[in-house]
Design a protein around this ligand. Structure first.
Ligand SMILES: *Cc1c(COP(=O)(O)O)cnc(C)c1O
Length: 241
């Protein structure tokens, strides 16, 4: 490709992405109108870029997307260490399971952690944040549809866990996150998470993906995590959940 066709090619990609973003933003504002009492000042779109590489991500940054989500620390480090140097305004959200041996790296790279899902993470997280002088906001992942194989705090343990995280470990817990059972209508789960957040006075709710973000917004989501609708289908074998 010579420079001219290359530029045209890039313009087309940019146009395509802006179109997808416009459509998505349109749907977000429609869904917000259906919220019973417009409780939210804003809904933050997290573009889930897992499995996609930097050249696929950059056009989204250039189209104005600031918040990105990744589910694997290792993969995120490789892509986002250089990307964050070039685009320091990007805000990176960890939305996948965190292993204890990756906590330091995660605290160094990410800006928000949505997947605090067990007591054993609290001490390592606190230590890493203290050592690095970073006080990251975190969300607690709740196993809202009570699936045995799924990560997340059980609903009946949530009150104790919040106390442990906020009092004992002095963590900055800003909200709750869930990934409901994909086979069911998510509405009752989103409604339940909303009630739990309200009960515990937590302002943020991270819920809703490509297939159900509109429902999630109607039930009060403040963060929606949208991947395939923006980036296209992922290669399944690359995924771990
Ligand atoms: C992959 C992933 C998403 C995005 O899923 P899509 O269906 O592609 O929008 C959202 N949240 C979590 C936790 C994920 O792992």
């Amino acid at each position: 490709m010579n420079d001219t066709t290359n530029a045209t090619h890039n313009d087309n990609i940019g146009h395509n992405i802006r179109h997808r973003l416009d459509m998505l933003n349109q749907k977000i504002s429609e869904a917000r109108k259906e919220q019973p009492n417009l409780a939210r000042d804003e809904v933050t779109l997290i573009a889930v870029s897992k499995t996609f590489d930097a050249p696929a991500i950059i056009p989204f940054i250039e189209a104005g997307v600031k918040n990105f989500g990744e589910n694997r620390v290792q993969e995120a480090m490789q892509k986002w260490t250089p990307l964050k140097q070039t685009y320091p305004d990007c805000i990176l959200h960890l939305i996948g399971p965190l292993q204890r041996n990756k906590v330091k790296q995660a605290v160094a790279l990410f800006d928000v952690i949505h997947s605090v899902d067990r007591p054993q993470l609290l001490q390592p997280l606190k230590n890493a944040m203290r050592d690095q002088n970073r006080d990251l906001p975190v969300l607690i992942q709740v196993n809202i549809s009570d699936e045995p194989q799924k990560s997340g705090i059980a609903v009946q343990d949530l009150a104790d866990f919040i106390t442990l995280a906020t009092q004992t470990y002095q963590m900055n817990v800003i909200g709750l996150m869930c990934i409901p059972n994909l086979q069911h209508d998510p509405s009752p789960y989103f409604a339940h998470l909303y009630q739990l957040a309200k009960q515990h006075d937590l302002p943020h709710l991270s819920m809703g993906m490509s297939n159900d973000f509109e429902t999630a917004i109607r039930f009060g989501a403040s963060y929606i995590r949208v991947g395939s609708l923006l980036f296209g289908q992922r290669d399944n074998k690359e995924e771990n959940n």
